[in-house]
Structures are given as structure tokens and as C-alpha cells.
Design a protein around this ligand. Structure first.
Ligand code: MLT
Length: 237
């Protein structure tokens, strides 16, 4: 039987035409969009609708005032939204049975460009092993699609892909990018020290988002794997 291939894409600008077709795609934005989404759905949010632009979020809420808006620009709260992009804001009391509209700088845009995949899941460190297993269970080749930062590789996403590959069961064929991600994770299992000095991590530290970093960098706290289908993100358990 042919082995499943696992590849890593470093940002949505790195996608070649046809690269996602027939693939199981796992979108990764560890700091912080996919961590937020895993958290909100774990606390009972009904679904999440990702949109590229802030204006789209406001216009959807104008049609349905029960919708809650979340996200960020430049890691900061968007005036008029209900939530920023800290996973710690998405508590059970605030999200249970709610539909969220989310717009973030990199994560939601990457999700929208992942829609070409045959099946699309969301991964972060907190659900990495479960997300990888779910993607491999499809029997398809797997693409770990990093959101990156502003079109460039972001080490937090790349090392998350490495952790997911290191935890994968069964015999898989790794591309060179996937092999590099796994080597990086295996050489630096202490994620805090691996990320010292990197762009997005230091940007968050400069904004005093230490508690978010602590939360986002915890491995395998959840077995919930969100799936993106028909414009909506729903929880799979
Ligand atoms: C993004 O989607 O770009 C990130 O989630 C940004 C952030 O963490 O604020």
C-alpha cells in the first residue's frame, strides 16, 4: 500500500496551484487563531465563520444580531467586536451555544485559502496529536498548512507542524519540509526557548500577552478537532 505523504506549507503565499486538491489539510495558527478556535469550540461554541475583512463581520452581524465577533488586527482588539484574539477571553459562559464570526490577520485568511483541500481541519499545539490523527485517518496525503506571519514562515507554526509529525502514528512519507519541521521540534522540545527572539512571539511578549503564550504553547490538552466545511468551522470530537 502506498504510504501517505505529509508536507508542510509555510504560509498561504507558498501554495502552488493544485497543491491542496485531494489533500487532508490542517491549518495551523498556534499564536493564536487556531488555538482560539479550538478553545471556543471546546467550550461549546456552536460554530465559527471565518471572514477575511472586518467589514464582512459587521455586515453579517447587522443581518443577525445574535452573532458574536472576534479577532484582531496587529494582535490588537478591533473596536466594536465582542472578543479580541486571546484564547483566555473565550470562556464557557461567553461562548456556549453561540455562533462566532472571526477575522484575524493571518489565521482566518489562511483558512479561507485552504478551502481547496478535500478535507480541512484546524490544528494548534493544544490539539496537535488529535488533529494529525484525524487528518491521517482520512487516508489522504496530508498538508500541514501554516498561517505564518504576513506571508512569511513563522517558527511557532512550523514547530507545531514538527510536533504533530513527531507524534504521528504509522508509517508516513515526509517531504523535506516536513522532515525539517520534525527535526526542529525534536532538537527543541522546549518550545519557549525555541521561540525566543522570533517575530510573532516577541511581538506578543511586547504586548504583555505572556498568559496567552503560556496557554497556546501547552501541548495536547484537547482531543477536539475543528473541521472547516462550506464556510463554517464545526467541532469534531
Ligand atoms: C493571526 O491570525 O494573524 C494571529 O492569530 C494573530 C494574533 O495572534 O494576534
Amino acid at each position: 500500500m502506498k504510504k501517505q505523504t505529509v508536507d508542510v506549507l509555510t504560509s498561504r503565499l507558498a501554495v502552488q496551484p493544485g497543491a491542496l486538491e485531494d489533500k487532508a489539510v490542517v491549518v495551523i495558527d498556534t499564536l493564536r487563531a487556531t488555538t482560539v478556535m479550538v478553545t471556543a469550540l471546546s467550550y461549546g461554541a456552536k460554530k465559527i465563520i471565518p471572514v477575511a475583512e472586518v467589514e464582512e463581520a459587521f455586515s453579517l452581524r447587522a443581518q443577525d444580531p445574535s452573532l458574536l465577533l472576534g479577532g484582531e488586527r496587529h494582535a490588537l482588539f478591533i473596536p466594536g467586536f465582542d472578543f479580541g484574539n486571546s484564547p483566555l477571553e473565550y470562556t464557557k459562559v461567553r461562548v456556549k451555544d453561540k455562533t462566532l464570526i472571526m477575522s484575524t490577520s493571518n489565521g482566518t485568511r489562511t483558512l479561507l485559502s485552504a478551502a481547496a483541500g478535500a478535507q480541512v481541519f484546524l490544528g494548534a499545539l493544544r490539539n496537535g496529536t488529535a488533529a494529525m490523527a484525524r487528518a491521517l485517518d482520512t487516508g489522504r496525503d496530508v498538508v500541514l498548512f501554516n498561517a505564518g506571519t504576513d506571508g512569511a514562515l513563522s517558527l511557532d507554526d512550523f514547530i507545531t507542524a514538527g510536533a504533530m509529525i513527531a507524534g504521528a502514528q504509522g508509517s508516513i512519507q515526509l517531504t523535506d519540509a516536513a522532515r525539517l519541521a520534525r527535526m526542529l521540534y525534536e532538537a527543541h522540545p522546549d518550545l519557549r526557548s525555541a521561540l525566543q527572539g522570533t517575530l510573532h512571539y516577541e511581538r506578543m511578549r511586547a504586548l504583555n500577552l505572556e498568559a496567552d503564550l503560556e496557554f497556546c504553547l501547552q501541548k495536547d490538552q484537547s482531543s477536539l478537532v475543528p473541521a472547516f466545511w462550506g464556510g463554517e468551522i464545526l467541532p469534531l470530537r
